[in-house]
Write a protein that binds this ligand. Structure first.
Ligand code: FAD
Length: 373
């Protein structure tokens, strides 16, 4: 008889890795699976993996992001300090108009920061920049190494899930060879490929991006973000990256052009004269319809549509969830910021039966989606 896990987490990106880690810490027998043999082959491997606060005029998404930022940096420092570099992150206004807005943004900064004047930026080797914020506690993760580090702490199996069936007690996971795994609970952390069930209401979409790792002797001590991200020099490597292209395809034709554009932008920010491209990465990050993460239960969409046809005309029946099926996804352009807190909240829901924070509960998107059918 195959063993039955308490929870199988599908997808070994940063969301799945953190979820498996938190569940195991709470005493569960957990298995993390991915179609690849190693962690972080999806969007997580390509990430510049900045862990920094969100600036802005104080929106609910900013509040949540900053809550997640505080949690994430403490989590990485405590458990995986070798793969998180607290370099500080400088947020540079995009242009003069944006620079004016920073005065308003300031009152909504709730993590340690200070202003950095143009002249100080130049002393740090950063050019063409207006007065900026330096968030001292922010930093960057080594993205694949961070996921691999978490993976070392949990049981992992390479397994490409093609189908999931519920036998009334447990979930049976099947691959193409019809081999099976069993678990009481499933957590879906499959990134932009969110199609194992009908979860259209969550509106998960991929945004494509690329990153280049350059070797350099440039003494860049702080990471910077303007319209793109340029990391501090960590062990002789500076990472340049951005994700902006909405795409359905995992791999767009990558002829070096996107990276060329990023390199040109970076060259206006720092002295890139000795940069030598060592490695390129590209991938998709998965965002939800309203840009908030998705952590919680999954609604039984076929049941709801068949049982309550009036739902498409505005009826509000009670929702029915799939048995023991959960999701941790939609972490968007801030996967390394959101994943630890989403994983913590989801594991509290699964193990301690706590209610999930309404801001990230996927249920929030369902009725509105039905009315648009
Ligand atoms: C260029 C770039 C720069 C970025 N920069 C930052 C940044 O600075 N800071 C930040 O916080 N975030 C950044 N991000 C975003 C971040 O990378 C993503 O939010 C994060 O990686 C999403 O992680 P995930 O675990 O949800 O998905 P993924 O990393 O995509 O993982 C999903 C996993 O699920 C697996 N999978 C899917 N379906 C199946 C199946 N049926 N069976 C088995 N396995 C399956 C896939 O193989 C994959 O490994 C960046 C992203 C990119 C692309």
């Amino acid at each position: 008889m195959p063993q039955t896990y308490d929870t199988i987490v599908i997808g070994a990106g940063i969301a799945g890795c953190c979820t498996a880690f938190m569940l195991q810490k709470k005493g569960q027998k957990v298995l993390l699976v991915d179609r690849s043999a190693t962690a972080a082959t999806g969007g997580s491997g390509a990430a510049g993996a900045f862990v920094s606060p969100k600036i802005g005029k104080g929106s609910p998404l900013q509040t949540l992001t900053n809550e997640a930022f505080h949690f994430a940096k403490d989590f990485y420092l405590k458990h995986f300090p070798d793969h998180f570099h607290q370099t500080g992150v400088i947020r540079i206004p995009k242009d003069l108009e944006d620079a004016d807005k920073f005065e308003i943004y300031e009152m909504h900064n709730d993590s340690k920061y200070h202003w950095v004047e143009k002249s100080e930026l130049e002393d740090l080797g950063i050019y063409n920049a207006e007065k900026s914020f330096l968030f001292e506690e922010a930093g960057v993760c080594d993205a694949p190494e961070m996921c691999a580090g978490i993976l070392e702490q949990v049981s992992f199996k390479q397994f490409d899930i093609k189908e999931l069936e519920h036998n009334g007690t447990n979930w049976i996971l099947l691959n193409a060879a019809r081999l099976t795994l069993n678990a009481q609970n499933i957590v879906l952390s499959t990134g932009y490929q969110n199609d194992l069930f009908d979860m259209r209401y969550m509106g998960v979409k991929g945004t494509w991006g690329s990153r280049g790792d350059y070797s350099s002797d440039l003494d860049l001590k702080v990471s910077i973000h303007k319209s793109i991200s340029v990391s501090a020099n960590v062990h002789g490597i500076i990472k340049i990256g951005a994700t902006h292209v909405k795409s359905k395809e995992a791999c767009m034709t990558c002829d070096g052009e996107p990276l060329k554009g990023l390199f040109e932008t970076a060259s206006q920010m720092v002295d890139s004269s000795d940069f030598v491209l060592k490695e390129t990465f590209c991938g998709m990050r998965a965002g939800s319809k309203d840009y908030f993460p998705l952590a919680g239960k999954v609604i039984d969409v076929p049941f709801m549509l068949q049982t309550y046809p009036a739902i498409v005309r505005g009826a509000k029946p009670p929702v029915k969830h799939m048995a023991n099926l959960f999701i941790c996804n939609g972490v968007g352009g801030r996967g390394f910021v959101f994943a630890p807190l989403m994983a913590e909240w989801l594991s509290e829901m699964i193990v301690e039966n706590k209610e999930i924070d309404k801001r990230v509960d996927p249920d929030r998107l369902f009725l509105k989606w039905c009315r648009k059918l």
